[in-house]
Design a protein around this ligand. Structure first.
Ligand SMILES: Nc1ncnc2c1ncn2[C@@H]1O[C@H](COP(=O)(O)OP(=O)(O)OP(=O)(O)O)[C@@H](O)[C@H]1O
Ligand SMILES: [Mg+2]
Length: 294
């Protein structure tokens, strides 16, 4: 027999969870805890045993060779790819312990910028930014317009970009618009998958600066997959390196530089790595620092 009180109970559980998440998001604690995560696609195990934590206010870079599963990891955390083992604890809520409505309450607090297909091409920038608002909130069109314009300005786009379609924007503007969409619901954690790929070094540098400014002013916690060594040096508090389905290193850039792992050695000490390290050192000398970033 159907329990007539069930919807009430569910609403009460959602209310309690929302309150708990608010408290967790406001405290200096671990906001994301991935434990022994395994993911298999087409019967091939892509992630074997991935564990790491993300603390409030950290901007963590995720690196690894192409095809190691950085995007799969991002999608698995967001619940878009099923896991075969492990636990994903977001804002101290174990996603496996939640029902669908509760999972949506947690998901609403996450912002995402995917590696491919950053924007819907048939929607204007404003409509793109409003997609998460329409999905999760019940707001009036006027309020949604005001909020979208606010986000568009926040990422440094001119107000007239709001009514433009993606095809009318430069690559850098598209990235900014995608970031505005990721920030649409004032997320506690932002997931960025290769946010500067395809940009020239100046465009990428400007995007990095924007990220750091927003992270500091909004107190964001950021999980950023990147191949861009400049980004790693200038924006990240910590780096997580993926390889062979596991975390092969987790620590500040200095730990990456000291690692004996062959992939990390060739990545950070290869030709490209050396030129970035040298330019960082030059920057540090000009600034009178010691060469350590952030
Ligand atoms: N939907 C899918 N179905 C089957 N296999 C997939 C799927 N998505 C990804 N893979 C495989 O999973 C592995 C990891 O892919 P993923 O896209 O996560 O790599 P990545 O580390 O993000 O690489 P890149 O740096 O090139 O973006 C690859 O071998 C890829 O072919
Ligand atoms: Mg990828």
């Amino acid at each position: 027999m159907l329990n007539p009180l069930a919807p009430l109970k569910r609403a009460e559980r959602v209310r309690q969870l929302t309150e708990k998440l608010e408290n967790v998001a406001a405290s200096d604690t671990t906001l994301l805890d991935v434990q022994h995560l395994a993911v298999a696609l087409n019967e091939r195990e892509i992630l074997k045993d991935v564990s790491f934590e993300l603390n409030r206010g950290e901007l963590v870079g995720v690196v690894g060779a192409s095809g190691t599963g950085k995007s799969v990891l991002t999608r698995a955390i967001l619940g878009l790819v099923p896991k075969t083992r492990g636990r994903i604890i977001i804002l101290q809520a174990d996603m496996d312990q939640l029902d669908y409505a509760e999972q949506r309450v947690v998901e609403q607090r996450l912002g995402v910028m995917f590696q491919h297909g950053a924007l819907f091409s048939s929607l204007t920038v404003k409509q793109n930014v409003q997609v998460p608002m329409r999905e999760y909130l019940d707001l009036s069109p006027k309020l949604m317009d005001e909020l979208a314009i606010l986000k568009i300005q926040m990422v440094g786009l001119p107000a007239d970009a709001a009514e433009k379609f993606p095809s009318e924007l430069s690559g850098g503007m598209i990235k900014r618009a995608a970031l505005a969409r990721a920030l649409a619901l004032d997320p506690d954690i932002v997931f960025l998958d290769e946010p500067t790929s395809g940009l020239d070094p100046i465009g990428a540098g400007e995007f990095d600066e924007l990220m750091v400014t927003l992270q500091e002013s909004l107190g964001l916690t950021v999980f950023m997959v990147t191949h861009d060594l400049d980004s790693l040096y200038t924006t990240c508090d910590r780096v997580i390196a993926l390889g062979e389905g596991r975390v092969i290193a987790d620590g500040p850039i200095s730990a990456m530089l000291a690692s004996e792992h062959p992939w990390l050695k060739s990545y950070f000490h290869g030709k490209r790595g050396r030129s970035v390290t040298q330019s960082q050192r030059k920057l540090a000398i000009v600034r009178g620092g010691d060469g350590n970033t952030r």
